[in-house]
Design a protein around this ligand. Structure first.
Ligand SMILES: [Zn+2]
Length: 194
């Protein structure tokens, strides 16, 4: 029988902790010393896609200390008071951000999200029908909660419009929307603030 996905055979955390002890001991943090105020006075929301981890900052010439970086699945903002929007407001009011970039990407997992398959995977991994039913009864509709998008430009434009129209956004803050290619790092502009 093949192992179930929750029967983890090897934990990366041990390797990471070993590495980390040497990293700190050797003072390898020195090149990264900076402050918590973003040099470019900018906050970026992008997707958690693994391909963007190093590529996106390299392709935009961003270094440690340059920007505040928020990530979620799909670079999506759908609710004006979700955690991402709160992060953007904190970056503006507490950390001097004056520009907001929403950066979606080509070939995003959230662009072909099938919530039926998604909930089936939950069942397969041991989430009971009762739990799913309880959530549904509590008004938490998984199909809505995990809904993705079909067009990344439209999704970015929609997220940008939520930020731009936010009642707590100061007038001087500029909000732009872009799409990045996770293969080449090429940026396409969706919308640029005046
Ligand atoms: Zn993505």
């Amino acid at each position: 029988m093949s192992p179930k996905s929750w029967e983890v055979l090897f934990l990366q955390i041990d390797e990471i902790l070993n590495f980390n002890a040497k990293f700190v001991e050797n003072e390898e943090f020195k090149p990264y010393e900076t402050s918590n105020i973003p040099n470019k006075k900018m906050v970026i929301l992008t997707c958690m896609d693994t391909r963007l981890l190093e590529l996106l900052p390299k392709a935009m010439n961003l270094h440690n200390g340059d920007v505040k970086m928020l990530k979620n699945a799909g670079a999506i903002i759908r609710d004006p008071f979700d955690s991402v929007m709160k992060g953007i407001l904190v970056a503006i009011y507490e950390l001097q951000a004056e520009e907001v970039l929403v950066i979606g990407h080509r070939d995003c997992g959230m662009s072909h999200m099938d919530t039926n398959v998604f909930t089936k995977r939950m069942r397969d991994k041991g989430i009971s029908e009762q739990t799913l039913e309880n959530l549904e009864n509590a008004g938490i509709h998984l199909h809505d909660e995990f809904q993705g998008f079909t067009n990344v430009e439209e999704s970015v434009a929609h997220s940008v419009s939520i930020v731009r129209n936010h009642p707590l956004l100061p007038e001087y803050v500029k909000v732009h929307g872009l799409v990045i290619d996770p293969g080449t790092g090429k940026l396409d502009l969706v919308t640029k603030a005046e």
